[in-house]
Design a protein around this ligand. Structure first.
Ligand SMILES: [Zn+2]
Length: 131
């Protein structure tokens, strides 16, 4: 059995790669390359498996870990300023993988199954770890 919890945070970002020209950045990233940046109300789905009895305990611990590890780090921040994004763009793909990498070692009593990130109404990113 798996449990999925939904979390939310608001953050700003700009999709930009220093290795691309201004025209290429514009072509690849579109309006997300706007120099002034922009914000998203990110929704994060965290799915875990637990063998423990008592889902409330699992949920409480998960809420605490996600709060400390993900929400405290990203909420109302500029993602481009986060050290983890020093050498990679703040795409949804990179963000969902980063959240997985931050959470996986921190969970106790539960195993991370899947992380999903909703960036916009139409963009949803999902990561289930290495195959
Ligand atoms: Zn964006």
């Amino acid at each position: 059995m798996t449990i999925t919890r939904r979390y939310r945070f608001c953050a700003a970002h700009r999709l930009h790669s220093d290795s691309l020209s201004a025209e290429e950045n514009q072509r690849v990233f579109g309006k997300c390359n706007n120099p002034n940046g922009h914000g998203h109300n990110y929704v994060v789905f965290v799915t875990v498996t637990s063998d423990e009895v008592g889902e409330m305990a699992v949920i409480e611990r998960l809420d605490q870990t996600v709060g400390e590890t993900v929400l405290a780090r990203f909420d109302h921040q500029d993602l481009n300023s986060d050290p983890a994004f020093a050498n990679r763009t703040t795409t949804g793909e990179n963000l969902v993988k980063l959240i997985w990498d931050l959470l996986a070692p921190k969970l106790s009593g539960a195993r991370l199954n899947k992380v999903g990130v909703v960036e916009t109404r139409d963009n949803y990113f999902e990561y289930v770890g290495e195959a």
